[in-house]
Write a new protein. Structure first.
Length: 275
């Protein structure tokens, strides 16, 4: 095959690729998907779909992984779609005295949005590394509405959560780690350094909550075991509330809870490591 022929074939392929990518937004829009723009974490897409009971839900997909979900209607815009977020709220509700909450990882801001609109007592600080994601949350996930309602009770910080925490002098009643790049947790989630950093920024009776997306058993569960071990060195009570406790090899959003205060056993859904 001649060099000229090879170059001609490559040119045809390149033109075809360009045409495909130019047509991709329209093709996706026909299926209800909107390609928004590239963010620090990859291509972001928003689309709408009904949930299990037919209620319309808006989803945020970043770099091929779903990062957040929101109901669309005026009645439900601030309610929680994801089960693991509801689990976190159950723990916070049980505390009864939480006033300051730090959320590492904003995404669609589902959990901060719920907290500031369902209680008047809490001040929420959210640290999100990607300004594009925050803009998308304002445009498509009602963050602007939550900001308007919350006023000074909702503080947004654009920074790397773990670097910010190292330099921050405040302590919080609750620290929530919900930061992901694709399907991988970000920061020092499973290290002794991370556990010590969290402990030093919690009040005496504070609670740390982390979303650890993995199975409960098998090779991919190692991150969960490493995290439990790291936090058990800093806290009296470390436990995991599993999303799919009856299917331990299924990928789920499992909530790690670490604290020095007494908490209930959560109706048998919790597996605990007590020092």
């Amino acid at each position: 095959m001649s060099v000229r022929l090879v170059l001609m074939i490559m040119a045809v392929i390149t033109i075809a690729e360009i045409a495909f990518y130019l047509a991709l937004p329209k093709l996706l829009s026909l299926r209800g998907v909107e390609v928004l723009r590239r963010s620090l974490m990859g291509m972001t897409m928003v689309f709408e779909t009904p949930d299990e009971d037919g209620t319309p839900v808006r989803l945020l997909n970043v770099d091929g992984t779903f990062q957040s979900a929101s109901y669309i209607s005026d009645e439900l815009w601030s309610e929680l779609v994801c089960a693991y977020h509801r689990t976190m709220v159950d723990v916070i509700d049980e505390m009864g005295d939480a006033r300051t909450v730090l959320v590492i990882g904003g995404g669609g801001y589902s959990l901060p949005k719920f907290l500031v609109t369902h209680t008047k007592r809490m001040r929420i600080c959210v640290v999100e590394i990607d300004p594009e994601i925050t803009d998308i949350a304002r445009e498509r996930f009602f963050l602007d509405r939550a900001e308007s309602l919350a006023g000074e009770r909702l503080e947004l910080v654009c920074a790397d959560g773990w670097k910010w925490l190292r330099e921050e002098g405040r302590t919080f009643d609750v620290i929530i780690n919900d930061a992901f790049k694709g399907s991988k947790p970000m920061g020092y989630l499973d290290t002794a350094e991370g556990a010590h950093l969290v402990a030093s920024h919690l009040t005496d009776r504070g609670v740390y909550l982390a979303n650890i997306r993995c199975p409960l058993e098998g090779r991919r569960a190692r991150v969960l075991e490493k995290t439990r071990a790291a936090f058990a060195a800093e806290f009296e009570d470390v436990r995991v509330i599993a999303e799919y406790g009856e299917a331990p090899r299924s990928l789920g959003n499992n909530v790690l809870v670490a604290t020095n205060r007494a908490l209930s056993d959560g109706g048998g859904r919790i597996t605990a490591d007590r020092a």
